[in-house]
Write a protein that binds this ligand. Structure first.
Ligand SMILES: [Zn+2]
Length: 920
């Protein structure tokens, strides 16, 4: 007799779910994670690369990093399971404004003089400190430390950046021009599209007058950017619209069709009506003056962009201060330099506006000046969405400065989005908005920044024609120096002079640019850098998989710069074939995690310091990552509950599995057939959803599988504890348990790898064997005839139905009739249906009672019914199906088996037939 059968103790099984697993600590986890990395890459499989986007090296790891890292780790592990030769390249984006601002703060505290050199030195220290700190935090907690990683400040990466810049110059994509850019007077720099967001800001919808040259007529112009009026260069109308002459303030004024109504509404009068028509052709042949600001004899042009219902139907254009304005101006005066009406400190340049600062002050002053000159019709003050800095939340203005730009208005680059949606599998919450945001990019991309901490834009240009000097010789010289000593020499004026002398360049004709490059330009070259590494190792990578996964904020940032630069540099190829975007971490109330919020900091602490990383990972994957992911104590508890269940169920199987005997012919019961089919379905559904990027749906099936396994353990405990371990029914039950366990390992391996490996005795799960078991499931199912399959399906639908109705009845019976154990109950059914006979035993196991019998005439139930028959509790399954529950412990013809506690019809033995056999 086996050990197990000696330890018949049912209460032990009932305690199963209360066991507390030894939750694996942080330190051990990284060891496990590392072991996977080294030993489990299928080196013969197709290549698969996941490369990091730009995590900034400017702070400690927080909960948001964990979500991102979990996602990436999960994707990588799934790829490994699919047999890919997987490479995950970590990286750090080291440059940029956040570190520079931190450096300036530090210098102030240390009382060190602030200049570009000291800022760079301090920034470098900060970046190094955090790269080191974050790596250690990674190793201590959630992920294995990568042997290879890139930083954008390494000499090697700087070489990639400058090689790419020179290549773009060679391909004629780069130019130097005075052009509008987003500019923050607060941060004293221009900003990338991704650094700009929208907020409600006061605006002055201003209707003002200009004079038509050589005519008594005036023209009504509209703008919302009053401060840009001194920068006016032209006005536009739409020749397809109707224009009229109205008498306003004693003047004959030209305006569009809808203006009269607007005017009447504003002044609550009926003064204006559209009687006197004037042709658009005539207006287009005229010139205008705004004498107040010295704007004389400017032209009027047509543009389809003018909308009839906006303003006066005649729009003010200041090309230095609007992207669309710049394009319209450029169409007419291509190559002309545009002029700002504001300086880089934010003060207006016009003599009438001395010491007036951009913003409300400028708007009010200009409106007042126009009013004093009878040139204002009216001003409407309201609020509209306008640009603010992503960091300071202060307004961002469009001004023109001399910048290095990449022309994006080239052949089919603008159609890159179509390529992306066709050829890239996008797992984003809203594919459409992602594609749209690419379409809405400005026609050129300004890549220069007037800051200190970054890679300098090492270009030299001609002062007169702004042409970039192209010299292979100088480029090679610079690249060689960068590879051996980094980029710092370029910031040193003496060094630059030496280079000018070395290459016979006259500083009267040429200027070296010391602006640094946009960080998005740097991080947009991660794929180019990866290509370089692969080329150096002679690795053929053209048909490999390239995957990226970052937060949804990168839809406007890195995903785009990466796509654009790779497209321009690498023969129009796509930088990635698969793209995942995830939401941010928030609380149950939707509050974002921040350093200033105490509630979120408390949660941050719990997650990072007091919770097993595996539970945190489980918490993340059980939610839809494309939306914001909620972190709360409640959700952590749920994840912990799931975790313990997975752990305990696995442990339970592992403790039993040595009873496995493959020589025994299984008596595959209906329950086994039914559940094996169910396991297969769960695995199929899981695989399908993982493939489609629906992780949370996939893991919901994992949780359902776990619940089914848990139920199976409950209904099988009688067999596992009381039947002979060498019997067919025991072996069949054990085998079903094994299939459950294999499926659980397969599904949760990517989420809680350390736990799974721990359970598997620290060995990497042999997933080919696992697949073998999963295939077996369908084999077993094939052995059943179609008819039986049909019957089994009906049976189980009914069994589940009965079970659902039975459980509350069981509670009722136990309370009302003082029934101690399910085994004190028996069940009789009445039915016309033949299939009932098939599911008798399955139903008994599901209900965990002593017997299920068909009711026969003369059956004792008649005799005893009055005692305990629960007439009012008859379960009606169909018109002919009835169930009677009786308390058999009260019937003296039954007795309780001393071994298994099930009731059996009385005979001379103390134990039931089965237990007698087992003990024999
Ligand atoms: Zn027994």
């Amino acid at each position: 007799m086996s050990d197990l059968n000696n330890k018949v103790n049912k209460s032990k099984v009932n305690k199963l779910n209360n066991l507390v697993p030894s939750i694996i600590c942080f330190k051990t986890i990284s060891m496990f994670y590392k072991s996977i990395e080294v030993s489990n890459i299928n080196i013969n499989g197709p290549l698969y690369f996941l490369h990091d986007g730009p995590p900034y090296a400017n702070g400690d790891l927080h909960i948001g990093h964990l979500l991102n890292r979990t996602m990436k780790d999960l994707i990588v592990r799934h790829a490994m399971l699919e047999g890919y030769n997987v490479h995950y390249m970590m990286g750090w984006d080291c440059h940029g404004l956040p570190i520079e601002q931190k450096a300036i703060q530090n210098l102030k505290t240390k009382n060190i003089e602030i200049n570009f050199d000291s800022i760079r030195k301090e920034s470098k220290e900060i970046a190094n400190y955090y790269i080191n700190a974050q790596q250690n935090q990674i190793q201590d907690g959630f992920f294995y430390k990568q042997p290879h990683f890139y930083t954008t400040k390494s000499f090697e990466y700087q070489n990639t950046i400058l090689t790419s810049l020179f290549n773009l110059v060679k391909k004629c994509f780069i130019s130097i021009e005075n052009r509008p850019v987003y500019y923050s007077f607060e941060e004293k720099t221009n900003l990338a599209l991704a650094e700009v967001e929208y907020a409600m800001i006061d605006y002055y919808s201003t209707f003002f007058l200009a004079d038509i040259v050589n005519s008594e007529l005036k023209i009504a112009i509209w703008t919302t950017q009053v401060w840009t009026i001194p920068g006016n260069e032209l006005i536009i109308i739409n020749k397809n619209h109707k224009y009229f002459i109205h008498n306003i303030n004693g003047y004959d004024v030209i305006s569009g069709e809808n203006f009269a109504e607007k005017y009447n509404q504003h002044f609550k009068t009926k003064t204006l009506s559209n009687n006197k028509n004037i042709s658009a052709e005539w207006i287009l042949s005229q010139k205008y003056n705004i004498p107040l600001f010295g704007i004389f004899e400017k032209n009027i042009y047509h543009s389809d962009t003018v909308q009839q219902n906006l303003g006066t139907g005649i729009t003010h254009i200041a090309p230095a201060h609007g992207f669309d304005d710049f394009i319209i101006y450029n169409n007419q005066y291509s190559g002309q330099m545009v002029k700002n009406c504001v300086d880089l400190e934010g003060y207006l340049i016009h003599p009438l506006l001395k010491e007036i600062k951009i913003g409300t002050q400028a708007n009010q002053k200009i409106a007042q000046l126009l009013k004093d000159n009878n040139a204002i019709i009216y001003v409407e003050i309201g609020q509209h969405k306008n640009t603010v800095s992503w960091r300071s939340k202060k307004p961002v203005y469009i001004i023109s400065t001399l910048q290095v730009t990449i022309n994006l208005n080239i052949d089919d680059l603008r159609n890159i989005c179509f390529n992306i949606s066709d050829k890239v599998k996008i797992h984003a919450n809203d594919n459409l908005s992602f594609v749209k945001s690419i379409m809405s990019r400005p026609l050129s991309w300004c890549i220069s920044r007037q800051r200190a901490w970054g890679t300098p834009c090492m270009l030299i240009y001609n002062k007169k024609n702004y042409r970039i000097l192209e010299s292979e010789e100088i480029n090679n010289y610079l690249l060689e120096r960068v590879s051996s000593e980094g980029v710092d020499f370029w910031f040193d004026e003496n060094e630059r002079n030496k280079i000018f002398t070395l290459f016979n360049l006259d500083s009267n004709n040429y200027i070296a640019i010391v602006d640094i490059l946009d960080v998005w330009f740097e991080s947009g070259l991660t794929r180019t850098n990866l290509n370089k590494i692969l080329q150096n190792q002679n690795i053929e990578y053209k048909n490999s998989k390239f995957v990226v996964c970052e937060g949804k904020d990168q839809e406007r940032g890195w995903f785009q710069s990466l796509a654009i630069l790779n497209y321009l540099l690498d023969e129009k190829t796509l930088a990635y074939n698969k793209l995942y975007t995830h939401g941010f971490v928030c609380t149950e109330n939707g509050t974002k995690f921040s350093k200033s919020d105490s509630e979120t900091q408390e949660l941050n602490k719990i997650v990072l310091n007091e919770t097993s990383p595996e539970i945190v990972r489980l918490m993340f994957v059980l939610q839809t990552y494309q939306n914001d992911v909620v972190v709360s104590k409640h959700i952590l508890q749920y994840a912990e509950h799931c975790y313990k269940k997975i752990y305990n169920l696995s442990k339970y199987y592992i403790n039993l599995h040595h009873y496995e005997n493959n020589d025994i012919e299984h008596e595959v019961s209906q329950i086994d057939f039914y559940l094996r089919d169910k396991i297969k379905n769960y695995v199929d559904l899981y695989n399908k959803n993982i493939k489609n990027g629906h992780f949370s749906t996939a893991y919901k099936y994992g949780v359902e599988l776990m619940i089914s396994m848990s139920e199976f353990v409950t209904i099988s405990k009688d067999i596992l504890y009381c039947d002979l371990s060498t019997s067919g029914i025991f072996q069949s039950t054990l085998y079903t348990l094994k299939l459950f366990y294999q499926a659980l390992v397969y599904i949760f391996y990517s989420t809680i790898p350390a736990t799974i490996l721990f359970l598997l005795n620290k060995k990497y799960p042999d997933l080919s064997t696992n697949q073998h078991y999963i295939d077996k499931i369908s084999e077993y199912y094939k052995e059943i005839t179609q008819e039986n399959k049909h019957n089994i399906k009906i049976s189980f639908t009914n069994i589940i139905k009965i079970q659902n109705e039975f459980l509350p009845i069981l509670d009722y019976v136990k309370k009302t009739f003082d029934v101690g154990h399910n085994y004190e109950l028996g069940l009789y059914y009445e039915s016309d249906q033949e299939y009932c006979d098939i599911f008798k035993e399955s139903l008994r196991r599901y209900l965990d009672i002593s017997f299920v019998k068909e009711y026969q005439e003369n059956e004792i139930v008649d005799m005893m019914a009055k005692k305990v028959l629960l007439d009012e509790k008859v379960i009606k399954l169909d018109s002919t199906f009835k169930i009677y529950i009786i308390n058999i412990s009260l019937l003296n013809i039954y007795s309780k088996c001393s071994r298994c506690w099930r009731y059996f019809q009385k005979e001379k033995h103390l134990n039931c037939k089965r237990c007698q056999q087992v003990e024999a």
